[in-house]
Each structure stands twice: as C-alpha cells, then as structure tokens.
Write a protein that binds this ligand. Structure first.
Ligand code: ADP
Length: 188
C-alpha cells in the first residue's frame, strides 16, 4: 500500500490523519491545500492566483491544480509512494491523476474515505477558525466549501468504489482511534 488517496469533507481531519499515516507508512503526505497556502504566504504568482478561489471557498481551476500536483509527484521522494490529501477533488483531476501515474505504469493502491457527520465538521471548522485564523474558516465560506465538496468531490467515492479501490473509515472520535482504524483498513 504505497500510492494512496485520502478523501473526505473539509473538517474531516484529513490533514492530521494524512501526516500520521504517511509517517507510519514511510511515504510523503502531499496536501494540495498546504501547498497552496505555502504559495500564498510566499506571495508567489501561483499563490496570488489561488488565493481568490480559496478565500471564496471555491476550487482552484483544474489546470492549475493538476500542473502543481504533476510537479510534486515528479519529486524523488514520491517515486515509491505517496499519500494525497485533498487531491483529486474533481472528475477531471481523477482522469489527470490516472494519466500521471499511467505514464509510469503505476496506479493507485487504495482510496480511503474518511466519513464524518456534517454538524460535526462545521463545529470542528469553527473551532479551528478560533485557533488558527485560516481566512477560509468563516461560517459562509465553510458552508460554501461543504457545498462544493458534496457537489464535486463526494461523487468520486462512487467512482473509486466501482474500481474496487475504496475503503470507508469512520472519522468520528479520538485522533488516535481514527488513525488505528485507518491503519487497520489499509492492512485488512
Ligand atoms: P479543506 O479543509 O477545505 O478541505 P484544504 O486545506 O484541503 O481545505 O484546501 C483549501 C483550499 O485549497 C480549497 O478550498 C481549495 O480552494 C484549494 N484546493 C485544495 N485542493 C484542491 C484541489 N484538488 N482542487 C482545487 N482546489 C483545491
């Protein structure tokens, strides 16, 4: 299990769990959200472009996101595996990822969906807003992010399920318990 995707709504705990999992599997966790935020804080052209979309809770255009991921996956540390957090989020991104991997005769080993209930994720995101002050953690933007997720990204779970790659993991409860469930789902 070395080429993995972690799916789940904003606030599901993907970032936290991606780091835990990647650490124990010895592969890099690649978060498109983190890469975009790093670009925003460095004031790069990519960051300036992405920021308007992020601040509105919209997805950054596929061409931009795909090019960024293609670059990142070409880095030597991703040669033997990776855990993607926050990518793919659209059907077009799924197709692009397929071709990025296919060019090297590779494919995904598993796609994990972290499930949580919507009330809980809104609560978590509002709490994170108080602590971290992320500009897209305001209530109207959180609502929009969830809407976009359910419209554009939730359908990817069916797509991956039909390929026999999907594993669903309950994301409610303690961080450590969720990590255990994730590792069990990957090894089982
Ligand atoms: P969230 O908690 O909303 O899932 P992320 O940190 O993963 O937050 O992403 C923050 C923002 O970065 C998204 O709302 C979106 O604007 C942008 N982004 C991240 N990944 C993608 C992607 N695969 N495609 C398009 N936009 C993305």
């Amino acid at each position: 299990m070395s080429r993995l995707v972690l799916l789940g709504p904003p606030g599901a705990g993907k970032g936290t769990q991606a780091k835990e999992l990647a650490g124990s599997l010895g592969i890099p966790a690649i978060s498109t959200g983190d890469i975009f935020r790093a670009n925003v804080s460095e004031g790069t052209q990519l960051g300036r472009m992405a920021q308007r979309f992020m601040d509105a809770g919209e997805y950054v255009p596929d061409e931009v996101t795909n090019a960024m991921v293609r670059d990142r996956l070409a880095a030597p540390d991703a040669a033997d595996g990776f855990l993607l957090d926050g990518y793919p989020r659209t059907v077009a991104q799924v197709e692009e990822l397929d071709s990025m991997l296919g060019e090297h005769g590779q494919g995904l080993d598993a796609v994990i969906e972290l499930t949580v209930d919507t009330d809980e994720v809104v609560k978590r995101l509002l709490k994170r807003a108080e602590i971290e002050g992320r500009p897209d953690d305001t209530e109207p933007v959180i609502r929009r992010r969830l809407e976009v997720y359910f419209e554009q990204t939730a359908p990817l779970t069916q797509l991956y399920d039909s390929r026999g790659l999907l594993r669903r993991v309950d994301g409610m409860g303690d961080v450590a318990d969720v990590t255990k469930r994730l590792l069990a789902a990957l090894h089982g």
